[in-house]
Design a protein around this ligand. Sequence first.
Ligand SMILES: [Zn+2]
Length: 299
Amino acid sequence: MSFLSQVDRRASFLIGAALALVACELFSQGEPSGEGSGGSAAVSPDVPGLSKAKRTPSKQGPWAYVLPVDHGVRADGSGKGHFRAPRFHGEHNGIDLLAPIGTPVFAACEGRAMAGASRSFGRWIHLVCPVPPGLVRSGNPHASFFYAHLNESKLPHDRWVPVGKGDTLGTVGKTGNAAAASIQPHLHLELIIQGSLRAALDERHLGNDQSSVPEAVAFLRALDERCLEPHGFQPKSGALRRARRFDPFVALTCLSHDKPSFVPAPEPLEFASSAWSKFYLARGFNVDRGPDSLLLAGN
Ligand SMILES: [Zn+2]
């Protein structure tokens, strides 16, 4: 789907005035964060370029995997990247997907996204989309994905734009607190379930906020019934949720069907990752290769 057709369909929330402001905003929001590892400028707000760079998912599902390669979970001298891994501040709030700097990162779902930068997350992208209808028990829950430590972003800062599932949002990097030499490049990916579109758009993904919402609990129950239990799929730790946060690998495995097979990372990163099978179990499919068909039937 082209960018323009997306705009047509989403005219109700992408007000024309916002488009009219694009030209001046391009030049007011382009400053790099200054925290990067020497990559290109933080902002390349040529939004129509998103559709040109869009991956064509080879398999279908409500959501899509976020990388074109799979080198598993970061495991280097500075720590481990699995969900709820120990951290000096408590626990890891997402997963760290090891990948070389410059690897494209894709939108996990169709929704709206914007870019930004901060001292700890480096260059980040915030993506919001509805929870797939088959997993909604009540209300209007929305997913809030957070991509951090990016080398570059293809989205404007501080302004929501529509994105399609599989669109290229930016590239893997080492910005923010991943800049240390001992930390290998990776995508830090978080998934929070919020009770409304407004709450998902306002979500800041701050580590010191561990509040929960009923919709996050309901999402876990629905996914458990529709995907985890039928396929004997579970993290060996048993930890799927942390307050309103959810394990992104589990959600993407249940809701997408295009994860590349795990392969060891190329040198010099080959020492720095663990395969998914170290952390997850499944009955009937190989968690490193990914399922052969969509686990969530009927969506
Ligand atoms: Zn991380």
